[in-house]
Design a binder for this molecule. Structure first.
Ligand code: UDP
Length: 161
C-alpha cells in the first residue's frame, strides 16, 4: 500500500495540469511532461481528451464575461488536450512558476510558456492557480478511479536531505 512521511506538510498536494490543443499539435507533450518529472513531482493521472464546451464552461467559469471567452472556447475544443494530475510538496505554486506568466511576453525564459509560446491566446499549457481551484479542477476533469496512488523509488531522495 501507499504511505508517505506525515512529517512533510503538503506533500500530498495535487494540481491539475493540461497540455492545451496547441501544445499537443506542436508535439510538445513529452517536453512538458519531462519538466514536471525532472523537478521531482509525481504523476498520478494522465489522459488524452477531446473536451466538450460544457466542461470548459465549468473550467473557465470565471471568464464567461471576458471578450476573449468565445475564442478561448474554440481554441480549447479545437483538438485533443492532455489532462494530468501532478502531486508533491507545494506543487500548485511550483507548477505556476514552471509554467510562467499567462502572457508569454511576460513569461521568463526557462518557463514552459517563456520557452514555447509567443501569444496569450496560444500559451500551450494550463496550471491550477491555487490549491482550492486545483481541487475543483481535478474533480471536474478526473474520476477518483483515474488517479493512481503509488510511490516513486526515489521518494526518500527527493524529500529527505
Ligand atoms: N486568455 C486569452 N486572452 C487573454 C487572457 C487569457 O486568450 O487576454 C486565455 C489564455 O489561454 C489563458 C486562459 O485564457 O491561459 C485563462 O486565463 P487566466 O487568466 O485564467 O490565465 P492562466 O491561469 O491560464 O495563466
Amino acid at each position: 500500500s501507499y504511505t508517505v512521511n506525515p512529517d512533510i506538510p503538503g506533500i500530498r498536494e495535487q494540481t491539475f495540469i493540461a497540455v492545451k490543443p496547441d501544445g499537443v499539435q506542436r508535439r510538445l507533450i513529452g517536453q512538458i511532461v519531462q519538466r514536471f518529472e525532472q523537478r521531482g513531482f509525481r504523476l498520478v493521472g494522465l489522459k488524452m481528451v477531446q473536451v466538450s464546451e460544457e466542461l470548459l464552461s465549468q473550467h473557465y467559469a470565471c471568464l464567461h464575461r471576458k471578450p476573449f471567452y468565445p475564442s478561448l472556447l474554440r481554441y480549447m475544443t479545437s483538438g485533443p488536450i492532455i489532462a494530468m494530475v501532478w502531486e508533491g510538496h507545494n506543487v500548485v505554486r511550483s507548477s505556476r512558476m514552471l509554467v510562467g506568466e499567462t502572457n508569454p511576453a511576460e513569461a521568463a525564459p526557462g518557463t514552459l510558456r517563456g520557452d514555447f509560446s509567443v501569444h496569450i491566446s496560444r500559451n500551450v499549457v494550463h496550471a491550477s492557480d491555487s490549491v482550492e481551484v486545483a481541487k475543483k479542477e481535478i474533480a471536474l476533469w478526473f474520476q477518483r478511479s483515474e488517479l493512481i496512488e503509488w510511490e516513486t523509488c526515489d521518494h526518500g531522495s527527493i524529500y529527505h536531505p
